[in-house]
Write a protein that binds this ligand. Structure first.
Ligand code: GLC
Length: 502
């Protein structure tokens, strides 16, 4: 570790030991990924073991798999992807979905697709993450032989069958129930929450990338074919070509839609505030009949002159202007927003540093639901009290996503603009905070209060994505910033270019 002091070395060592020796578990006799939180033992004894934290969550394993790829442990990542693939649902109603979590317990496989979850929430994000992680694996390792395997391509096909099908709505967004992603409890995140839409965008690009590798290697790729001209016969290649074109067309529409309906800055808000309502027909300014009163006043100060971000949700008459950290970071990492917009987003993070970073970076969303809103919307959820848990609590596992998106921007687009130095200093100071506090506070899952000072009231201890998130921040800032490109997905342009993969 270049230039590190002994305290830093010992914290990194502690995190690595916890991760490699306590968090990783086996399936079918081989290391497959990590449990959500390290089970009770000695001084890690605050975690309750009666819940599902001893299972392998797909979403919690996203940072785990990225870290393992960086560490060159490709076999574990491949085994994880293949294990998830075997668990992709074949049931009539849920065909194509991936489980929220799974574990092998005394030789028996225990799987949760949501039917065992608290409140019976279903995790849509897990299904969207699988093609993204599969693509990232293939890109990092160059393992095209794996990408073209029949079971992998069938998995991609089943995923696309689930997403790309006729439906009642014309919007390209994915409509989901409350609590369908990392925020897996009622928090008014039903409808078209940002995180799901950005993951959908990434998953469509990734799935198209995997399809293209297969088609190109087999010599079946028809880049100029028009979607309606592809005759669907029985061959896998026909279907692959069809789904490839369909996925790209969908991703293009989705991106334009996100930029039109979700992106806000001080200029767009002025326009939103002056829109007419009650309009009918094709060419209207206010498609979702949103009243000006839904635009919150805190937005003025939050955005300033230069800030911009993707809002939390668009629904008929009920937009959600809350700021959701992960959806916005992924919006930058997957280039769902332009490079100029990414700069405005990073500026917004800096401008609102006191709220978003405070004493434990990063806050999951802002502002919290309070009073009557909290009572009605969360259903008196005591875990989601204002400033707690998902309701504006602070999650150290989120910092690496931000660090990755900023460092990726620097490598890809260059200058961060006039506040570039301040943004970079903020990354390092945030890392120092984690370094100082996480080992003291036993790598807790989340932190409560407006400053994020208190360990979350019901937080697990020895939470894997807290540990591995710290290791990723350390790696990206101190070891190899070039690895920030690990999340790169194929761009729309590269997917339709004539030759890419060979
Ligand atoms: C909680 C979190 C969820 C996470 C799970 C396991 O349910 O809300 O996002 O995946 O714990 O850590």
């Amino acid at each position: 570790m270049k230039g590190s002091n002994s305290k830093e070395r010992s914290v990194v060592e502690e995190a690595r030991t916890l991760f490699y020796e306590r968090a990783l578990v086996r399936l079918d006799g081989k290391c497959v990924g990590a449990v959500a939180a390290i089970p009770k033992k000695s001084n890690f004894d605050l975690g309750g073991d009666n819940l599902n934290y001893g299972e392998i969550f797909i979403r919690d394993n996203v940072p785990v798999m990225i870290f393992l790829l960086i560490e060159g442990k490709y076999d574990i990542v491949r085994h994880f992807l293949e294990s998830c693939l075997k668990l992709q649902s074949n049931d009539f109603q849920t065909q194509g979905i991936f489980p929220t979590s799974f574990i092998e317990d005394r030789g028996k496989l225990c799987i949760d697709y949501g039917q065992r979850a608290i409140g019976r929430v279903c995790s849509v994000d897990a299904t969207l993450w699988w093609p993204i992680l599969a693509y990232i694996y293939v890109r990092r390792t160059g393992d095209h032989q794996w990408a073209i395997r029949r079971e992998v391509q069938i998995g991609v096909q089943k995923f696309l069958d689930l997403i790309l099908h006729p439906q009642f709505r014309d919007a390209p967004t994915l409509y989901v129930p409350d609590g369908a992603f990392m925020i897996d409890r009622p928090l008014d995140v039903w409808g078209n929450p940002l995180e799901i839409q950005v993951l959908l965008y990434g998953a469509l690009l990734a799935a198209a990338g995997l399809l293209r590798i297969s088609l190109e290697i087999q010599g079946y790729f028809h880049p100029t074919a028009k979607i309606h001209s592809i005759k669907l016969q029985d061959s896998l290649a026909d279907k692959q070509n069809y789904q490839f074109q369909y996925a790209i067309a969908w991703a293009k529409r989705l991106r334009s839609y996100l930029l039109k309906h979700y992106w806000v800055n001080s200029k767009t808000v002025q326009t939103l505030r002056r829109r007419p309502t009650e309009q009918y027909g094709d060419e209207v300014a206010n498609e979702y009949n949103i009243q000006t009163e839904t635009i919150p006043h805190w937005l003025q100060d939050w955005l300033g002159n230069q800030g911009g971000y993707l809002i939390g949700n668009i629904r008929t008459g009920r937009p959600d202007f809350r700021f959701f950290t992960l959806g916005n970071c992924l919006g930058a990492s997957f280039d769902a927003i332009s490079s100029a917009q990414q700069k405005s987003l990073f500026h917004l993070f800096l401008r609102n540093r006191k709220s978003l970073f405070a004493q434990m970076p990063l806050r999951i969303c802002h502002p919290p639901l309070i009073d009557k809103d909290w009572r009605i919307i969360t259903g008196f959820d005591r875990k989601n009290l204002p400033w707690c848990y998902h309701n504006a609590g602070h999650w150290p596992c989120l910092l690496w996503f931000f660090v990755q998106s900023v460092l990726r921007f620097k490598r890809k687009y260059g200058d961060l603009g006039s506040d570039g130095e301040e943004i970079e200093a903020m990354l390092h100071e945030s890392y120092d905070l984690l370094l100082e506090r996480l080992p003291q506070q036993k790598w807790a899952e989340y932190f409560d209060g407006p400053e994020g000072i208190w360990i979350g009231q019901q937080a697990r201890i020895g939470q894997t994505w807290t540990i591995v998130g710290f290791l990723l921040v350390h790696h990206l800032l101190k070891v190899n910033p070039a690895d920030a490109s690990i999340m790169d997905l194929p761009s729309l342009r590269s997917l339709t270019a004539l030759k890419v993969f060979r």
